[in-house]
Design a protein around this ligand. Structure first.
Ligand SMILES: [Zn+2]
Ligand SMILES: [Zn+2]
Length: 212
């Protein structure tokens, strides 16, 4: 009989692989693929996973730890009941960050790029930035090229956009919080292009390139 701890480790590692957040289905699949637990020996291994998440989230009624301490591991990203979970203290690593080979050429830039992406993966700030953008414009689209994922891909593209931090990490003080104003909402292509030069292009510079 496996004790609860390995479940927790598998859930944390799976969420890290998923980039710090994922749906319950994502988590089930990842744990299955990792194949570190003999899932067949459990009557209902999925409910084991859910239970461990709920036990370690101060947003859930069965949580017994102290909010904000090391027992408080997970949080529901879009509120309770959505089956979408994130790690409270997600620490991106090169492995789970999806850094391209192109980025890897810049050894000194790697640490900064990581810090930059950590900020951009802050789900709270991105959520608020998206909310505000929708209130202002009625929908989401790329601030640089106007690409609209919903228009192009239909339902699956609904509510999708990437957040880019417009202030270079080098200009941020240690521990400084990301402000909504500093987040540009951009499509994946424009985002990659912004990061393609050192120092990174500004929104305006990239816009100019598109309109050349
Ligand atoms: Zn774009
Ligand atoms: Zn970016």
């Amino acid at each position: 009989m496996i004790q609860p701890r390995p479940w927790i480790i598998e859930i944390i590692n799976s969420l890290n692989e998923l980039g710090g957040q994922g749906t319950l289905e994502d988590i089930y699949l990842t744990i299955q693929e990792r194949n570190n637990i003999d899932l067949e020996s459990y009557v209902d291994w999925k409910s084991q996973i859910r239970k461990q998440i709920y036990l370690h989230s101060s947003d859930c009624d069965i949580f017994k730890g102290v909010a904000g301490d090391e027992t408080d591991l997970f949080y529901p990203i879009e509120g309770k009941g959505k089956g979408f979970w994130g790690i409270r203290d997600f620490e991106p690593t090169v492995r789970n960050l999806d850094i391209t080979e192109d980025d890897m050429e810049f050894e000194e830039g790697k640490r900064k790029l990581k810090q930059h992406i950590v900020r951009e993966r802050n789900p709270q700030v991105i959520k608020l930035a998206k909310q505000r953008f929708k209130e202002m414009h009625g929908k989401l689209f790329c601030e640089i090229c106007s690409f609209d994922f919903f228009e192009q891909y239909g339902e699956i593209g609904g509510d999708f956009i990437e957040g880019h931090h417009t202030i270079p990490v080098s200009e941020l003080e240690e521990g400084q919080k990301t402000k909504i104003d500093d987040i540009a909402l951009v499509c994946s292509n424009c985002h990659k292009m912004l990061h393609r030069r050192r120092p990174w292009l500004t929104k305006e510079e990239l816009k100019k390139l598109i309109n050349r």
